[in-house]
Design a binder for this molecule. Structure first.
Ligand SMILES: C[S@@+](CC[C@H](N)C(=O)[O-])C[C@H]1O[C@@H](n2cnc3c(N)ncnc32)[C@H](O)[C@@H]1O
Length: 326
């Protein structure tokens, strides 16, 4: 048996790095500058996101968890036994446990996530906590995945897309995601999807500008990741997190902003940043129930059931695959 020296990164890690380098160089070379949100999630980014979920200002996680806690038995009833549960952007799979607990007799759980180390660690924890459950992690981009491992049966797939992660996508991207999920989940598929609702902008502003500065650390972790993986030379003290609600577009916009005129090297290329210049990192679209139903309608699903909390902060939808897909 041959063994690879530990110092050599695995091919998958090299491919991840190459993709990150391409996206960062391209995103910093265009105007206005933007780096796709998926690159916020390296191992540290995933840990910081878990901390965000615990923040008092971040009502999203606790509200969605409460809704799921109440509706999980009904979801299990609607889907029936023997399903494969396929999660998109699974993170620490905390909410998934509510479905795993309610859906006895699951064929397999396939969490899909871009954050490789975090996904593997989460899968190990789940195997320990659910010894009878087959866990098949898939590391990849859910905007690009066409097939699932052979161990995930083709029929009776239930998708799960919580966390209002769909809000990170523009409406066109969200539609493309839903069409892809529809193909992946099949004709008898269904999708449980959590989405943040439009609300008082002050509440939204607070959720993305927490007083402990964790969301800021999450945004600036992208610079730290470029320093580590792309030999970049960002001085983190020269940049700040910026997040605000754009009422007209119905979305939170997040950037890192240069606090002074400065330059930084990234993978051998020099970039200049003017004082006040912003680099976009993330959107978080907020939907009302009607607009979201219209989005879903043109994308291979129909809304079967909707659960909303008492304060109308957040919605969990049970989407049923339409027989015809465009
Ligand atoms: C907002 S977090 C939600 C995590 C978890 N589902 C929850 O509800 O708390 C988004 C998750 O999706 C993953 N992610 C983001 N973009 C992705 C992409 N394009 N493909 C696969 N995973 C992605 C991140 O690594 C992260 O775990």
């Amino acid at each position: 048996m041959t063994s690879r020296p530990l110092a050599n990164p695995a091919p998958a890690a090299l491919a991840d790095r190459a993709e990150f380098e391409r996206a960062a160089l391209e995103g910093l070379s265009r105007a206005p500058r933007a780096i796709p949100a998926k690159f916020l999630y390296d191992a540290r980014g995933s840990q910081l996101f878990d901390q965000i979920c615990e923040l008092p200002e971040y009502y999203l996680t606790r509200t969605e968890t409460r809704i799921l806690h109440d509706c999980a038995p009904r979801i299990a009833e609607l889907t029936g036994p023997g399903r494969a549960l396929v999660e998109f952007g699974s993170g620490s799979s905390v909410k998934s446990r509510l479905l795993l607990d309610a859906m006895t007799d699951l064929a397999v759980y396939a969490p899909i996530d871009i954050s490789r180390e975090h996904l593997d660690a989460t899968a190990d924890k789940l195997r320990r906590d659910y010894p009878g459950l087959r866990v098949e992690p898939v590391c990849g981009d859910y905007m690009a995945i066409d097939t699932l491992p052979d161990s995930v049966p083709d029929a009776r797939r239930l998708g799960f897309f919580p966390g209002s992660t769909i809000g990170n996508l523009t409406p066109d991207e969200a539609k493309a995601f839903l069409l892809r999920a529809r193909r992946l989940l099949g004709d008898d598929g269904a999708l449980v999807l959590g989405v943040d609702l439009r609300k008082d902008p002050a509440l939204l502003h607070a959720a993305y500008n927490d007083s402990a500065g964790i969301t800021a650390a999450f945004t600036l972790n992208l610079l730290r990741r470029m320093n580590r993986e792309l030999d970049a030379t960002f001085d983190l003290s020269g940049f700040a997190h910026e997040a605000f609600y754009n009422e007209e577009e119905g979305r939170i916009e997040i950037y890192f902003r240069s606090l002074r005129s400065q330059t930084a090297m990234v993978a051998g290329w020099r970039f200049m940043f003017a004082q006040g210049e912003r680099v976009h990192t993330e959107y978080s679209y907020k939907y009302d129930i009607r607009t979201f139903a219209a989005l879903v309608d043109g994308a291979g699903f129909r809304v079967g059931h909707t659960w909303i909390d008492d304060e109308s902060l957040f919605a969990v939808h049970y989407l049923v695959a339409e027989s015809k897909v465009d």
